[in-house]
Ligand binder design. Structure first.
Ligand SMILES: NC(=O)c1ccc[n+]([C@@H]2O[C@H](COP(=O)([O-])OP(=O)(O)OC[C@H]3O[C@@H](n4cnc5c(N)ncnc54)[C@H](O)[C@@H]3O)[C@@H](O)[C@H]2O)c1
Length: 382
């Protein structure tokens, strides 16, 4: 599928504004080389700036941020992975902020992937009842998704993202050069979200050219080509910005489109005890959602096939690996427990009018979609 971008594809914007209504402030998302160097200008005359990061990120990229802050910045490292996304980390950071003299009028910079963005963002939301935060995403997933939109959260032993707040950043500064040090497995993880945007866009007339750009540059994206990644990050960021502006607090339902592929994706991740990565689980979840939409007559089978082709072209799995497959019944139970499901089975699926919510689809449609991704149909297994 790879080739030059078709002429009708709009250019990828290097800066977009998340147009939030009052009392929130609109803010800019910049995706450009050297963006980290703008952090000093964005933070104006703030006296102290806490730069929250992780060792593998800070080793390569903290210098650019600290230099741009010209002596006002101080680095605060946190641990890696979901275990670090905890209230204990938040408390520890708050205590270190107090000892460093961070005041209400000062600011936090989140320099890292989604874990740093969530922890630093939530800590900024609650420290002194809220200090400003600048999101500087350094992973593909954080650039296209987590850093934009103001959702922040940490985990409890009972589940992921159960304690959080909406806290919109002052600005999002994404420097695509930082992706050069991102491990290949993490690039692949972000490609799962890129596939999601391409599938959403394909169902909505592709206003940002992301479906066309992903199809044309899939091979380059797979290889981690910097230009292709920059192009697609810009388009995905523009799309996320538009969705967030239309539904800043997830009240109108618009923001739920971003959950395409995630209902089954989360269940597969949990069932595999995270042996499947988020990107792989979302990819299989996308194929499931498209096949479910086709089984319900919401889209035709060509559209489902096109979505599968995107997933495959990005080198992501279209179905579960061979081996003992989870039974559909177990996955349905996990999906019902999803915090967004409120007890029923809720999916967001493409249809004739774009992406929409579908509650409790009939068992035959579910069985067809499960079979398409290599899950034993309901009524068999445990
Ligand atoms: N708030 C939201 O709206 C939102 C949306 C989606 C996901 N999330 C959250 O994001 C998290 C996942 O984020 P992620 O995929 O970025 O994982 P992550 O933050 O754990 O980063 C993955 C790994 O890559 C390292 N890393 C990041 N950037 C690097 C770079 N440029 N060079 C070298 N190493 C680098 C990190 O240190 C980490 O080890 C999850 O906790 C998820 O819940 C939040």
């Amino acid at each position: 599928v790879s080739g030059p971008l078709p002429a009708e594809v709009p250019p990828a914007p290097d800066r977009v504004v998340v147009g939030l209504p009052a009392p929130e402030r609109p803010y800019e998302v910049r995706v450009e080389r050297g963006a980290l160097g703008a952090v000093g200008e964005v933070l104006g005359d703030r006296v102290r700036v806490a730069v929250v990061s992780q060792a593998p990120v800070a080793d390569h990229h903290a210098r650019a941020v600290l230099d741009a802050l010209g002596g006002r910045g101080r680095l605060f490292l946190i641990g890696d992975g979901e275990a670090a996304k905890s209230l204990a980390t938040v408390e520890d950071l708050c205590r270190r902020f107090v000892r460093a003299g961070l005041a209400r009028a000062d600011a936090v910079v989140a320099l890292g992937g989604g874990v740093v963005g969530d922890v630093a963002g939530f800590t900024a939301a609650v420290y002194h009842r809220g200090v400003d935060v600048v999101q500087c995403p350094t992973s593909l997933l954080a650039m296209v998704d987590a850093a934009i939109g103001g959702k922040t959260a940490v985990n409890l032993p009972e589940g992921k993202n159960l304690v959080g707040a909406f806290h919109q950043p002052l600005c999002v500064l994404a420097d695509p050069d930082t992706l050069a040090t991102l491990p290949a497995a993490e690039v692949r993880c972000g490609l799962g979200e890129v596939a999601k945007y391409a599938c959403i866009a394909a169902a909505e007339g592709d206003p940002f050219g992301i479906a066309a750009a992903v199809a044309a540059q899939a091979e380059e994206l797979r290889r981690g080509d910097p230009e292709a990644l920059t192009d697609v990050v810009r388009r995905a960021a523009a799309m996320k910005a538009a969705v967030v502006a239309a539904d800043p607090r997830e009240t109108s339902g618009r923001r739920a489109v971003l959950n395409l592929g995630h209902t089954l994706g989360h269940a597969l991740e949990a069932h595999s005890r995270f042996a499947l990565t988020h990107g792989e689980a979302v990819a299989i979840g996308l194929v499931f959602a498209l096949e479910l939409a086709a089984a319900l007559g919401r889209i035709d089978s060509d559209q489902a096939r096109a979505g599968r082709a995107v997933v495959a072209a990005l080198g992501l799995p279209e179905r579960l690996p061979s081996g003992p497959a989870p039974a559909a019944g177990e996955l349905v139970e996990l999906m019902r427990r999803d915090k967004k499901a409120a007890g029923g089975l809720t999916f967001v699926l493409p249809g004739p009018d774009g992406i929409g919510r579908v509650e409790d689809p009939p068992p035959e449609a579910l069985a067809a979609a499960f079979a398409a991704v290599g899950v034993e149909p309901p009524g068999t297994g445990a």
